[in-house]
Design a protein around this ligand. Structure first.
Ligand SMILES: [Fe+2]
Length: 243
């Protein structure tokens, strides 16, 4: 099993964490979902310290019972959803380089930890993530279903917006991106009310900002959409599934 080796972090790693953390925490208090901001507080993240996974897990075990588990990088989808279905969130431990603050080929620890972990203190969000992952596992051998489910994950967990006295951000892909945090709430992109079927039929971009975002009313709405997600799968990807 991989572990976070805290002593391996270099002064550059600490600088990168501090720069990214400070830049986002300057703007996110106005832009991010309350639940996310409360999660950042609960996690005791700070500019001066790269988060320690043992400490995060001690905190999470007292809130939702989730935990963070170390992965080297992107992992196969089956493995990914197996971890999530078991309340384990896979995260990398490496940080991008100083000269690449805004460029990432694949998610680093700032994305995984700063972007994703705070919402793991929210029960409704966690319940959704776990049940969604169980559905994904059921259909993991069905490429058509995996594609539809991947879009749902993308437009919620990674790039979701929420209505909370104005539009706020909860998607980790946005929360860990300085530019997209501002862009997604501006005039340029389209925003639609959350609609599982519409999302599952909508393509997304992996190489630039999204041109559309979907807005939930509450994290409970995500959980309540699981039945609809199953219906959409039956409608568009009705092939063999794993019992
Ligand atoms: Fe992510």
């Amino acid at each position: 099993m991989l572990r976070q080796v805290y002593d391996n972090y270099t002064p550059e790693d600490f600088t990168v964490w501090r720069l990214l953390y400070e830049r986002q925490m300057l703007q996110l208090p106005q832009l991010a979902s309350q639940a996310y901001l409360e999660g950042v507080k609960a996690m005791q993240f700070s500019a001066d310290k790269i988060p320690n996974f043992d400490e995060i897990n001690a905190l999470l075990s007292r809130t939702t019972g989730w935990e963070v588990t170390v992965v080297a990088g992107l992992i196969p989808q089956k493995e990914f959803f197996e971890l999530l279905a078991n309340k384990k969130f896979p995260a990398t431990t490496w940080l991008r380089k100083l000269e690449e603050l805004d460029y990432l080929e694949e998610p680093d620890m700032f994305h995984d930890v700063f972007g994703h972990l705070p919402l793991l203190t929210n029960h409704d969000f966690c319940n959704f993530l776990q049940e969604f992952s169980k559905i994904s596992l059921k259909h993991i051998e069905n490429p058509a279903a995996v594609k539809l489910l991947g879009r749902l994950y993308w437009f919620t967990v990674e790039f979701g917006l929420i209505e909370e006295n104005g539009l706020k951000i909860y998607g980790a892909g946005i929360l860990s991106s300085s530019g997209e945090s501002v862009f997604c709430l501006g005039n340029e992109p389209a925003r639609y009310p959350f609609d599982a079927e519409k999302i599952m039929l909508t393509d997304y971009y992996i190489d630039h900002y999204q041109d559309k975002y979907f807005v939930i009313n509450s994290y409970k709405q995500l959980f309540d959409s699981l039945g609809e997600i199953n219906r959409v799968l039956e409608k568009y990807a009705a092939v063999e599934t794993i019992a």
